[in-house]
Ligand binder design. Structure first.
Ligand code: NAD
Ligand code: WQD
Length: 337
């Protein structure tokens, strides 16, 4: 039995993971309310893989909808991406974030328990390392948060830990992603944010395609080699592969594990802008702006646990990530339609 329920499977990381799952021989059922994605992404997953996907347009906060999916499909494991993810928005509308991300996860888990599904891989984030740890981050460091979005990740990890304590046949893997960027090499799926992007690479992509004029570099006086923020960017296809490995691990082990998915290497804002300029054939216009509230200087993973547990390692470098992001952007200047 190899049927995986992918919540949030029409979104950026979810769609790439569905491709990787289908290519690895799994059956995929997607549950997504499309609040931050388009149904067209499902057709594109099918086009890339030549395989069919069962799609439910439904909300994880609705227990009956969750149950209907388990009733109609023999689900072996869940990969749980569905959630709201914009840090700034979470500060403005915290109730929506706690409700969607935490209530949604609890309703999903209640349905899993009702139908005896005991394996979950959860989208956590490097944001759980907070402001007080020093990179490289290891999974045993204390977790904390500085905004409601981050707290939802810290809390959901705790919920999963508690469930595994209460039921020793339950298996939960929280994957702590660093900074996912890039796109599938087909150029058919990629990141398609609504409005003006908050994150670095989606913003640069819009400068490259001519929709935005100039990148604001948030601070050049950090304690980093060139003064700009350093992050561990990871190709979304490497990340997707990590999920297939995590599902396999969850099927063979019980208990809770938190696992970093990153390259272990940091790149600065200026290095990313330069790599993107090379990929698209023209320099990315930039200006130095004040620091962004809540940002830290440096974040990168110690990725040795993923290597040890899953035999997983990131492959793509920053040039490849920018080339694939540009390929998607130029093929889809108005996003996925
Ligand atoms: P995304 O917004 O592209 O995908 C999330 C998907 O979940 C969307 O398709 C959205 O429509 C769906 N969704 C949201 N709430 C839902 C609900 N209540 N019911 C059903 N569907 C719902 O985001 P992404 O970048 O693919 O992120 C996926 C997950 O990974 C999220 O949980 C996010 O917090 C986490 N994550 C993302 C990043 C990143 O930088 N992209 C980093 C770390 C962690
Ligand atoms: C990267 C670097 C900015 C935009 C966020 C969330 C985190 C996770 C991933 C979900 C920083 C600089 C950015 C711009 C810039 N998401 N920057 N100009 O902040 O590392 O992480 O996304 O879990 O929780 O906080 O990513 O892409 O926003 O920023 O100079 O227009 O680029 O200051 O140094 P971040 P990011």
């Amino acid at each position: 039995m190899n049927k995986i329920l992918v919540t949030g499977g029409a979104g950026f990381i979810g769609s790439h993971t569905c491709v990787e799952l289908l290519n690895s021989g799994y059956d995929v059922v997607i549950m997504d309310n499309l609040c931050n994605s388009k149904e067209a992404a499902i057709g594109r997953i099918e086009k890339i893989t030549g395989k069919k996907v069962k799609f439910y347009k439904a909300d994880i906060c609705d227990f009956d909808s969750c149950c209907k999916i388990f009733e109609e499909n023999e689900i072996d494991s869940v990969i749980h991406f569905a959630g709201l993810k914009a840090v700034g928005e979470s500060v403005r509308i915290p109730v929506e974030y706690y409700s969607n991300n935490i209530t949604g996860t609890l309703e999903l888990i209640k349905a899993m328990k009702k139908y005896g599904c005991k394996k979950i891989v959860f989208s956590s984030s490097a944001t759980v390392y907070g402001m007080n740890n020093k990179a490289p981050y290891t999974e045993d460091m204390p977790t904390s948060a500085t905004n409601p979005y981050g707290y939802t990740k810290v809390m959901i990890e705790q919920i999963l830990r508690d469930i595994c304590v209460s039921d020793d046949s339950f298996s939960a893997v929280a994957l702590r992603y660093f900074n996912p960027i890039g796109a599938h090499s087909s150029g058919l799926i990629g990141e398609d944010p609504n409005g003006i992007p908050n994150n670095l690479v989606p913003y640069i992509a819009q400068v490259a395609i001519g929709k935005l004029e100039c990148l604001s570099v948030y601070g050049d006086d950090y304690d980093t080699p060139d003064g700009t923020g350093v992050r561990d960017y990871i190709h979304v296809c490497d990340l997707a592969r990590g999920h297939v490995d995590a599902v396999k691990y969850a099927s063979e082990h019980t208990g809770f594990e938190a696992v970093n998915l990153g390259t272990g290497k940091g790149s600065s804002v200026l290095e990313v802008a330069d790599a993107y300029g090379k990929a698209c054939g023209k320099p990315i216009a930039r200006k130095i702006a004040p620091r962004r509230a809540g940002d830290i200087a440096t974040s990168f993973a110690d990725a040795s646990k993923a290597a040890r547990l899953f035999n997983w390692q990131a492959k793509a470098d920053i040039n490849q990530m920018c080339a694939d992001s540009w390929n998607f952007t130029k093929n889809n200047p108005d996003g996925i339609k």
